[in-house]
Each structure stands twice: as structure tokens, then as C-alpha cells.
Write a protein that binds this ligand. Sequence first.
Ligand code: UT7
Length: 355
Amino acid sequence: MIRRPDGMRGATMTGTGMYVPDRVLTNRDLEHMVETSDEWIRERTGIRERRIAAPDQASSDLALVAAQRALESAGLSPKDVDQIVLATTTPDRFLPSCACTVQAKLGAVNAAAYDVFAACTGFVYGLGIARGIIGTGQADTVLVIGVETLSRIVDYTDRNTCVLFGDGAGAAVLQPCAEGDGILAISMGSDGSLGEVLEIPAGGSSCPASAGTVQARGHFIKMRGRELFKVAVRAMEESVRRTLEAAELTVVDIDLLVPHQANQRILDAVRERLGLPDEKVIANIERYGNTSSASIPISLDEVVREGRLKPGDHVSLAAFGGGATWGASLVRWTQPAPLKPALAVPAAAVREGGR
Ligand code: UT7
């Protein structure tokens, strides 16, 4: 057993995987649905298109494929998984958890499974949980998944939100590693007083579902984007800096920043404030939009399969989201660059007629 000086074992990513649905919703498609334009969306957000789950695809179906790909790249079988930590805001149902549904579909018969609700920061929170579980020896193999079918909770009559979000899933396998490798530091924060800035007002215990809540469109996402924007930039920068400080490293030691993909302008602002060069900051928002908890593991899997990370590289994962929540994870990469190409192949655009 490999232990750190503080008695905790290290934890590292030994496999990654992602899945996005084939169906593409373009900015042009949205022009036919709400009063918006391709130009506005590209200039204000950087998004050109996003993926939309098929009617028969639930979050667990997207998560399943990402999980299978992550396990395959780690050379493991579902039976090897001790715990599944699944981050989502769009579970298949409120009961059972989405993680349990994935556990059954995957055949991870030896795994405990549970959901984490931390909106776009969910995957980073999941890494924090997995690191603790592995560090204390409670589990050897933890599958952390970020998955969303946001198209099911987006109001396609609300131009403030419907142009932003997309569907997808990403996953990472975490296992014990040598001291000084893997996750070097995690920073997690929240400010619940900002809860109403990004919320789904109805459907919970404070406002149970009724004919009235459906009529009032209370089950859809409501967002005050401009307010979130400012907090997002500051919180992501500070989270990255906190993890660097904890690991006794500086910004120049970062080889790659994989930020949550909320808005290209947020990514640019964080990059500028940290003083990172353009090529060190991963951006794929153009193709997927904001996939909330799935955006970091999707991006991570793409860079891994493109061979952009080599053992010893420092990769920083940083997120911000509803709650408000935020966090970062600083990882010393250990996994050899796999030979398989990226799994996200651009699909032909399919006209989305609205829901
Ligand atoms: O994933 C984590 C959580 N989410 C975020 O972190 C999102 C953070 N916020 C943002 O990304 C940006 O604030 C948005 C992209 C949501 C909005 O961009 P903005 O530059 O902050 O625009 P705004 O909200 O200040 O709106 C500017 C104008 C408004 O019109 P008026 O009042 O100036 O006449 C909006 O009504 O743009 C209008 N607008 C649009 N126009 C065309 C808002 N949405 C659209 C749209 N198309 N889709």
C-alpha cells in the first residue's frame, strides 16, 4: 500500500471516458426557436453548437457509455469498481439515485453508488470525495462521473438560458498512486446565499410539483447570468491559486488548465487573470456548449486521447456553478498517453424543432 507522509494514500486517474449524443443543435436552429442570432451567441458565449440527447436517452444512458470507456482505458472491468460517485443536476429520477441506475446498467455489482448535487462543480467535488475515500483506504477503485441531460430542464422559450446548455457525460477512474503523484490538492467552496442566481424553482420540497408549477414553467432553469459571470471568474481563479499554494507550486508549473466550459469570455478572463498562455487553456465550448458537471471530464478525456498530457505534467481542473459552488483540483498526471483517438466525432447537424 502506498502512503503519503500524512498517512493518506495518493489517488490518481487511471482511465477516462466521455460520451456525447449524436444530435446537434446549432445556433441557426435556435434562431428559429427564440429571438436570438448566431452572431450574438458566438460573440457573447463562444458557442456554435451543442449536443442533445435522443428522447429515449436518460442521463444514466449517457453516463453508462462514458463509464464503460473510462473503465476500458483503465483496463478494468465493472466488477473492479468499489464506489461510483456521480455528479449531476439532471438525474433520471429523484429516487433512486442516478448513480444506482448506472451501477445496475454497468453491472458494477461490488460498488456503492451515490449522487453529488453541486451543479457545474459536481465533478471537482466528486474528485475531492474520491481522493478522500481512496486516501483513507475505504476503496481502491472509484468511478467519478459527471453527466447531464440539461435539454430536459432548459426552457426553449427563454433565450437567456436555452442557447447555453448541452447534454453529455464524462468519467474518470481513480486508484491509489505513489506519493507526490495524482491529485496533489483540492479546493472546494460554496456560497448558498447566491442560490437564487441559478435555480430550478419548483419540484423540490419547498415548492412541490403541481399543475400550477408546470403552468408557471417552474421546473426549468432560471439564471441571472451577468451576476454569475463576475463571481465565476473570481472564484475559479482563487480556487486554482489555492491548490497551487497547497502543493507549493506556482502558475508557471501548470501545463494545462481544464476549466468548466460555461462561457468563452469566462475562460478568457480566468486565463488572463492567471497569466496563462492561450494554448494551456482547454476550450471546447464551441462544440458542446455548457454541459455543467460533464464539461470537465469530457474535456479531460479529449486532451488525454489527443496525447496532450504526459506523465509528470500538472493539470488544473477548475469549476464554478449553481449553489453557488466552486472548486479546483491540481493533478500531477500519471497515466501514459493512450493511443486511441478522441471519441467525439462531429455528427451531421440535425434540425431541432424545439420541445
Ligand atoms: O455554468 C455555470 C453557470 N453559468 C454561468 O456561469 C453563466 C455566466 N453568465 C454568462 O455566461 C453570461 O452572463 C450570459 C451568456 C448568460 C449572458 O451574457 P451577457 O453578456 O452577460 O448578457 P446580458 O445578460 O447582460 O444581456 C445583454 C443583452 C440583454 O438585452 P438588453 O437588456 O441589453 O436589451 C439580453 O436580453 O442581451 C440580451 N440577450 C440576448 N440577445 C440575443 C440575452 N440572451 C440573448 C440571446 N440572444 N440568446
